[in-house]
Design a protein around this ligand. Sequence first.
Ligand SMILES: Cc1cc2nc3c(=O)[nH]c(=O)nc-3n(C[C@H](O)[C@H](O)[C@H](O)COP(=O)(O)O)c2cc1C
Length: 173
Amino acid sequence: MKTLILYDSKYGTTERCAQHLAAQIKCDVDMQKIIPKKNYDLSDYQQIILGTPIYMGKPRKVFTEFINQHLDTLLTKRLHLYICGMQNADAGEELKNAYPEELSRHATHKAFFGGEFIFTKMNFFEKLIVKTVTKKAIQPSKFREAMMFAHSVMKKWRFLRRISSLTNKNKTL
Ligand SMILES: Cc1cc2nc3c(=O)[nH]c(=O)nc-3n(C[C@H](O)[C@H](O)[C@H](O)COP(=O)(O)O)c2cc1C
């Protein structure tokens, strides 16, 4: 079964999660970052994994535009969804709101992978927002913790294992 991982990422965390997933799936997997107004041919792929970071409670415009544009096609694929974010407490709500309801219902697996704040890449306003929202002193990158968290979530949801076994079972497709 040919798999495509399509993702948005501003500072690279969601992209690294996509790379991590691709490395686990190993065979017949492509990755593409969503670029505004680009034409995507999804016809080659039977399985699609979508990933997006959450900013101010939702995915960025480029991601929602892509989803809306390809909704009908996505509903014909075996689908898995993930989000990256730092608001662990709101993970369930953010995951629910990040994708249209019918897409969410159609998806086999959904997961919150955690995230990281990369302060060296943020502009002044972003730092201010993050400081205000978290009400904590600036912390260094949390990527290691995020990936450990992602691992535990993946294990819990059997996300990777299920995707890998589905992929291997349908190798001949
Ligand atoms: C300005 C700003 C706003 C954010 N808002 C949210 C939010 O509402 N919910 C959340 O879970 N994470 C939020 N985050 C955390 C990002 O989702 C997190 O940094 C993520 O790892 C970014 O992924 P990316 O590098 O792939 O873009 C915010 C981060 C920034 C800088």
